[in-house]
Write a protein that binds this ligand. Structure first.
Ligand SMILES: Nc1ncnc2c1ncn2[C@@H]1O[C@H](COP(=O)(O)OP(=O)(O)OP(=O)(O)O)[C@@H](O)[C@H]1O
Length: 248
């Protein structure tokens, strides 16, 4: 379904007139299948979010390709409604002047879904993310972080995407709320059968939800391993990362 092939990305470093470039992604290749949950874990600054933006077609790779169902993700028609995302900063993900109802209507409006049909779907969508219809009229400032993130998830899945990219989507939440959102994601995956690209620095969260994890270091893939075999990682870096982050 998703094929990342030999992707490279560099950014300009220093001031406006500087010619120096920082190589952020180096020869990154992997695939993600239908219905799979693939974790991308790595330390801060390793290039995870940059890779996420390339997967979403928000930025172009300098070299290599990102294909979604055979088409280039940079083509809006290839990803429209099929590839969705939830980011860490939920406070800026929803317009503060929009009610939950208006925020949820946005993707349906873009896709030309009739207002009546969208209204009918809304309560069941809210229910699926654990919110009651009374949330329709609320503004973001009236919601907790966990509730806003549930609204963001509802909006992201409203078009029934085939793949949902979650970039540190639970990192700003309290630990108990993180677990609730992870359980919600597991439940939604069963309902919709979509794939997740789960970008995180939290290996425990990745181990909880992912089928496979890709260990990322300095813009390169260090290792890709099934979550059930995480203890058998081979590279020294992956072993060190696991020792730092998890107690077996
Ligand atoms: N638009 C940009 N322009 C210039 N440099 C950038 C840009 N985006 C990212 N970088 C640089 O690329 C490197 C990787 O950043 P990125 O945000 O992808 O890492 P990350 O692994 O997601 O980090 P974190 O977990 O802290 O979010 C960093 O050194 C960052 O400063």
């Amino acid at each position: 379904m998703l094929k990342v092939d030999c992707v490279e990305k560099a950014y300009k470093k220093g001031g406006l007139f500087s010619k120096e470039r920082q190589q952020v992604l180096n020869n990154v290749s992997f695939t993600c299948d239908y219905g799979e949950c693939l974790g991308i874990i790595g330390e801060s600054g390793s290039g995870k979010s940059t890779l996420g933006r390339l997967i979403l077609g928000m930025e172009k790779a300098d070299r290599g390709t990102v294909l979604f169902e055979g088409g280039k993700v940079t083509d809006r028609r290839v990803r429209s409604g099929k590839l969705s995302a939830v980011f860490q900063d939920y406070t800026s993900s929803i317009n503060p002047f929009f009610t939950v109802e208006k925020a949820l209507m946005e993707p349906w409006n873009v896709r030309g879904i009739a207002r009546r049909e969208a209204q009918e779907k809304m309560d069941s969508l809210l229910d699926q993310v654990g919110l009651t219809p009374s949330y329709r009229k609320k503004y973001p400032h009236e919601l907790s972080g966990g509730e806003i993130q549930r609204v963001c998830i509802a909006r992201a899945i409203s078009t029934q995407p085939k793949c949902l990219l979650l970039d540190e989507a639970i990192s700003s939440l309290d630990v108990s709320v993180q677990l609730q959102v992870l359980d919600l994601l597991i439940k939604l995956k069963k309902i919709y059968g979509m794939s997740y690209i789960f970008i995180t620095h939290d290996i425990q969260a990745a181990a909880y939800i992912c089928d496979r994890v890709l260990i990322f270091r300095n813009g390169r893939i260090e290792e890709i391993i099934e979550t059930s075999r995480l203890k058998d990682v081979k590279s020294d870096y992956a072993k060190k990362l696991l020792r730092m982050l998890i107690t077996f």
